[in-house]
Design a binder for this molecule. Structure first.
Ligand SMILES: *[C@@H]1O[C@H](CO)[C@@H](O)[C@H](O)[C@H]1NC(C)=O
Ligand SMILES: *[C@@H]1O[C@H](CO)[C@@H](O)[C@H](O)[C@H]1NC(C)=O
Ligand SMILES: *[C@@H]1O[C@H](CO)[C@@H](O)[C@H](O)[C@H]1NC(C)=O
Length: 402
């Protein structure tokens, strides 16, 4: 869609040349905006004064929805602090992004997306894709962030809710125009209710609403919405709208898998224990370690997955051969089986997980780690939600269980 394509500058170049005075004036104003917002919004890449232009009309005529007003929530999702070390995992950031997109739909505005998604290093180990024989050599992807458009297909998102990136030329134009418009250009609206933002003309007529959300969790903005029928975007909206090359990779792998089932086995960081004052290990998910071990999985999924089926396993477990006992009944497949397809497109764990998620969504029977919906099949009965109750892990299997 055009609003995203403007980033490539095609529309901008077509514009008629303006008088040099206007260009200098525009450049000056933009310079001020530039330094005022020095806080890393702008990658100076592709930023050239010769292409600055404030005629939003031409780009908006390309926007099917005709949404010429903008909503800005900040330049990082769920990342307090300056760097990416403290940011939330993909799942949280994605929920938060969905919340922001819903807000843009509600307000009928174009959403200004952060151009980057932070990656917390603890979520960026390579072990999953390249099963090395030495589990202690934890190779990581170097990136501490990835480009938003390497994860999602922004053209496709824009068909539902128009978005632009905060490093695009159009965003620069919006900022410089908002400066010129003065009080009608930009409003900082922290704490103003969404209904007021939509209906009061003092907000609804403003070009750019700066609703900078909590850096800790954008999703806080949605959490207190008690009207569930107001939820506009489904949970699968963003997973399904993965970037084209990730969707292509998933399609290729799905074709090779043929008729398959899938399990998502979350271990890793969620197994963490801490010692109580008597030195005894405690955990927030008392059965999870047991329930995600192959012996228990075999027993648990027997009623859902018949023998000889192809079972695709997505997991953050690093121990080589950890799931091998499942091979006694199933034909096992991991993303590491398809590294020739994945290596050329996957540069971070987030991208890998997005591909794995598409594969899991295509399974005939899919078993999650935790039950999230009433109809879900799950490996454990422990609740996903953090209960805040530290309990002693259980390893014994009850008689009659599973
Ligand atoms: C939006 O508001 C935040 C917080 O008030 C501020 O730091 C930021 O500079 C503003 N951004 C724009 C584009 O005005
Ligand atoms: C809940 O949201 C729906 C859809 O936005 C709306 O039609 C309905 O009136 C709302 N109900 C309440 C009680 O606010
Ligand atoms: C995947 O690789 C494992 C070895 O790592 C092998 O045992 C298994 O048969 C492979 N699965 C497929 C579907 O090729």
């Amino acid at each position: 869609m055009a609003i995203y394509k403007t980033q490539k500058g095609k529309l901008l170049q077509r514009s008629p040349p303006r008088s040099s005075i206007v260009i200098i004036l525009t450049a000056t104003i933009t310079c001020i905006a530039f330094f005022y917002l020095a806080s890393s919004f702008f990658s100076s890449k592709g930023f050239s004064f010769s292409t600055i232009k404030t005629n939003l009309q031409s780009s908006n005529s390309k926007n099917h929805r005709g949404s010429e007003k903008y909503l800005y929530w900040g330049n990082k999702i769920d990342c307090p602090g300056k760097h990416c070390e403290s940011c939330a995992g993909l799942g949280h950031q994605e929920s938060s992004l969905r919340c922001a997109l819903e807000e843009a739909i509600f307000l009928q505005r174009t959403f200004v997306m952060p151009s980057r998604m932070c990656i917390n290093p603890i979520h960026n180990q390579k072990g999953i894709l390249h099963q090395s024989s030495d589990a202690s050599s934890e190779e990581r992807w170097a990136a501490s962030f990835c480009a938003m458009d390497s994860l999602y297909d922004l053209d496709l998102i824009s068909e539902t809710v128009p978005v632009i990136l905060d490093n695009s030329k159009q965003w620069h134009q919006v900022l410089s125009t908002s400066m010129k418009l003065g009080s009608r250009g930009i409003a900082n609206v922290q704490g103003v209710s969404r209904d007021d933002l939509r209906s009061k003309s003092s907000y609804s007529n403003i070009l750019l609403l700066n609703r900078t959300a909590s850096p800790l969790s954008w999703f806080m903005e949605c959490r207190d919405r008690n009207n569930h029928s107001a939820i506009i975007l489904s949970y699968s909206f963003l997973p399904l709208i993965a970037a084209q090359k990730l969707r292509n990779a998933a399609e290729k792998i799905k074709a090779l898998l043929g008729d398959y089932d899938a399990i998502h086995v979350r271990r890793g960081d969620i197994l963490k224990t801490r010692k109580d004052r008597f030195g005894i290990d405690r955990t927030l998910h008392p059965h999870l370690d047991r329930d995600t071990r192959p012996e228990f999985i075999l027993c648990r999924i027997a009623k859902w997955v018949p023998p000889e089926r192809t079972l695709f396993i997505a997991s953050n477990e690093r121990t080589p051969g950890f799931f091998a006992p499942l091979a006694s009944r199933y034909k096992l497949a991991y993303s590491s089986n398809y590294s020739s397809i994945l290596d050329p497109v996957v540069e971070s764990n987030y991208q890998l997980f997005m591909v794995e998620r598409l594969i899991m969504m295509g399974a005939k029977t899919f078993i999650r780690t935790y039950k999230e919906d009433d109809n879900d099949l799950s490996l454990t009965d422990d609740p996903k939600k953090n209960t805040k109750e530290w309990q002693i892990p259980v390893y014994k299997m009850d008689t009659g269980e599973c």
